[in-house]
Design a protein around this ligand. Sequence first.
Ligand code: NAD
Length: 510
Amino acid sequence: MRDIDHLIVGGSGGGGAARHGDVFDPNSGQVQARVPLGDRALLDRAVAAAQAAQPGWAATNPQRRARVMFRFKELVEQNMDALARLLSSEHGKVVADAKGDIQRGLEVIEFCCGIPHVTKGEYTHGAGPGIDVYSMRVPLGIGAGITPFNFPAMIPLWMSGVAIATGNAFIMKPSERDPSVPVRLAELFLEAGLPEGILQVVHGDKEMVDAILDHPAISAVSFVGSSDIAHYVYRRGVEAGKRVQAMGGAKNHGIVMPDADMDQVVKDLTGAAFGSAGERCMALPVVVPVGDRTADALREALLPAIEALRVGVSTDDEAHYGPVVTAQHKKRVEDWIQTGVDEGAELVVDGRGFTLQGHENGFFVGPTLFDRVTTDMSAYKEEIFGPVLQIVRAPDFETAVRLPSEHQYGNGVGIFTRNGHAAREFAARVNVGMVGINVPIPVPVAYHSFGGWKRSAFGDINQHGMEGVRFWTKTKTVTQRWPDGSVLPTGSEDGGPSRINDAFVIPTMG
Ligand code: NAD
């Protein structure tokens, strides 16, 4: 049994934590490691180390900060296989998916390699007589990130990369379900030359989250997880005067227009609905075919594709997806399938009771397909977060726009069509934050930003890209003049003030 430790300056003081959590191997169902669940006293130590280190890091010129990012990227690439296997062994996603998880996080680090350029301020020469105005982006000080189990590399890197590159110290509280990769990434940051205290990892559950939210020295909190907890984190953090971005759950819809390329749709849908066992906030668990003929054709084409899906252990290179993360989560997904049945949806493929020979105690759920799901069903309204695809039939395009627009979640949405006008209308009108047009999982590239709408995100600034830079910095604006009593060389042909030490009036452009 492995013991996972916090990564704080000076060490955590050993395994003396009062409480621990179990980390499972979802393939076997066995506990493979113990993670300590930290408390306020441990956080205080991390914060003290962050406070000591941060001013020096903020004063380090941005090119040097960027060089740490370059070196870190190289180190992660060198360690890619080992990281992916570690990630896969705690999460249960297949190794290829685990590499994707790390790669999407690394792309944010690539963005951070350009931090000197994107943090350049604004400057106006001559905003008034002899007056210049400039603004600069200043780090917030100490930030914290609280992350979910489903992307244990990408999401910690979304947050830590931008927070650190902009000159903050960052304290990461990863999911206690799969905490090893975030620790390993922090170790690689240190190896890349990041000063001690700039990135620390504290483990824990609600007690640690509350300690972070209440800590007066932490200026900003970035959270990703389920919506009720996101809302709670947002409220409590804001109440304590912090800047908070809190991303929540999702129930993304894929609209299939009658003119869509059905082969492509089926390929995209099976990947987007069942890949990573459906444990992605940008999965497509709801498909909305427009018209009964489209629905019937889609259902017919989906059946053999679902049958061909291979569920296997996460190290099986041939497997399309592996187990879900815990036994509780498996039960939750299966309970939702029962709820769908009880509410009157047509269960076409039932993934409950799935077992894998030789891995009978693993947390596997077979692919599940429902047809004739309706909007009044709680199994439609709520996030299931498992390998369950629901067909909701829409009679027309207007209904197809309305369904995702009126859903409580608004993370991502896709439309499959060959009609550019329909796609354009859809993208403009749908009330959802990220839209894919013939793209099933529209996760924006790192130099754009990631964020949903409605109950998929609380707060108003997205993750990474320039939005991330804005989140992790505050703007200082300086209005300056340098009086020396001399006459300005240009004179004042327009009759305006000619001396820089004339009384300063707020410049108006008139
Ligand atoms: P979760 O909400 O259970 O946990 C997220 C974090 O909150 C963890 O670090 C956990 O320790 C902490 N936490 C758990 N219970 C808490 C409590 N009562 N009080 C305070 N903190 C608590 O989420 P999860 O199961 O780890 O992740 C899956 C969820 O995350 C899904 O809902 C998924 O849609 C969502 N998600 C959203 C995005 C996005 O960008 N919108 C991305 C990935 C995952």
